[in-house]
Write a protein that binds this ligand. Sequence first.
Ligand code: CA
Length: 632
Amino acid sequence: MVSFRTGKDSLANNSRVTNVVIDDFTNPERFASDIWIALYGKGNRVDHNTLLNKGNAGVTLAVRMNTEASRENEHIVDFNYFGPRQTLGSNGGETLRIGTSHYSREFSNTTVQNNYFDRTSGELEIISSKACGNTIRNNVFFESQGTLTLRHGHFTEVNGNYFLVNRKPNTGGIRVINENQTVRGNYLSGLTGYRFRGALVVMNGVPNGPVNRYDPVVNSVIENNLIVDSDHIQLCAGADAERSAPPTGTSMRNNLFMSSTNPNLFTVYDDISGIEFENNVINDEIEAPVSSGFSRAPYFLVDGESGLREPDPSLLDQIAFGHVRLPVTKDQTGADFYPKTDRAALFGSGKAILVPPGVNTLLAAIDTSAPGDELILEGGGSYLLTKFASIRHPLTIRTDSSERPVIRSEKSTFLFIEDGGALKLKRLHFDGAESPDLYGNNVISTSRYSMIKNYSLIVEDCLITNLNVNHSFNFLGAYKCTFADRIEIIGTKMENITGSVLPLNKEPENLGIYNVENVVIRNSHFVNIQGAVADNYRGGTDESTFGPIVTVADSLFENVGRGSRNQSDASLKFHGVQLLDVSNSTWIRSAPLALFLTNGEPITRIRDVIMQQTPPIKSNNDGYEVQGISYQ
Ligand code: CA
């Protein structure tokens, strides 16, 4: 969109881009990568711009250093509003990147200051600093998933930044890698992320590694930081056979850690004798990572004058933090003429529209609906679709009656969720009796084409029957290059299905790309399902993403997954799921629960499950927790 050059050797110097808006200017191919603002040359400034809703892969703003004339550039990126960026579900969703691994031992000397990062949640790295000599100071990170990462390069300063995330999932703070880094006077509040997205992460490195791997942390300083109500500080993170070099010559001093949520705030993965701890303060409940260098105080935080959580002033003095005060407000950032209001409609935010039973009455109501509307069907009414129905915005379909309306379709898919669409279904009966005698039908399908807006699908208190006119009739058909933020099946019964319920396995190339972030299956009953109820696939070794995150609870699986066409050979199959919780559920005469634990340290908990006439859990390794499993 904006490039600080007119040709490979014609670079802009001492130039400025200000008061510009780029909103949702997104390549329709999700994984066609592009950059919105590319800085080349030297002495340039990007300020007071509003950049939001980038849906495809590629960094929002990048500082390029590919020729000598773009290094030691002294660029300034300030007072910009980086608005919401959805989860990409792949590497390549960074909001700001300085340099690349190739030139990472060169100096960029870029300053990023007084910017507001509002829900910039594309991937693990909100900011990826990949060069030497940068300054990242006085920025605010509001409810953004991911971290500020000092990925490559040395001599970078991270000072006075505020992370305010209200305990949203996958929220991290500052990740320290490389030499001579300074992390000083930052305020981090309410961060829940673990592993690489902890509130503060000091990584292990690769001894004498190539430029694209992790350099060890050497001679770095972490001081005067205030970390409150956060869950994880990770020291020597990522330690493994390759990342075998722990930090050296590094100090952590005058930091205050106050948290009531996790007494095991610190996790130490390797030898931390190369980190000197001095005059840090922790509350009484927290376990200190080492015996010296920490003093204790009672847990005590109040909402200070700034509206932010802060400790007693004497402790602020003790760690030389100064006042708790936002360095920049949302209003002070971005283009002055452009509002920062969210436009995305939520379920139920529109009109309630009564839809009479009949042929294509539902289709007509869908086609004339507006974002957020609720279509209210008649209790016990019969609704037939003879054409494809396309959902193009968030829409709820439900009844107010205790008797479910029945929806049938003569087409191979009842409802398509097209780009921008999202669907909530409540107390409905979908029946396959009128579906065509074709294999591969679906009740719901994503777009067949690349989707650049993430969708949600909520199925609550529904009945799904007779998806069996031919083989491979799925409840959900998902296509490649589509991504769901959330899929929930709650209080629902599904029976007599020849295909799968949630086949979310359409990115098999092991590139770290996947189809869904959050899946919840709760209080539901599945009977006579030939395919799998869930088949989630997240392959590859890339570590840039958060999910998939899956919960299965209070559910019954009866004769599930034993069809000859079920390639997963499982009732539920989870490959590369990062956080899996299975509880209080029963399997009867079903294919096994299958796990493939890979990529990082996935957390897998299985408790209180009964397997009747069902083979044992299949897994590639035993890295999962089981509590209360009964085979009968
Ligand atoms: Ca990345």
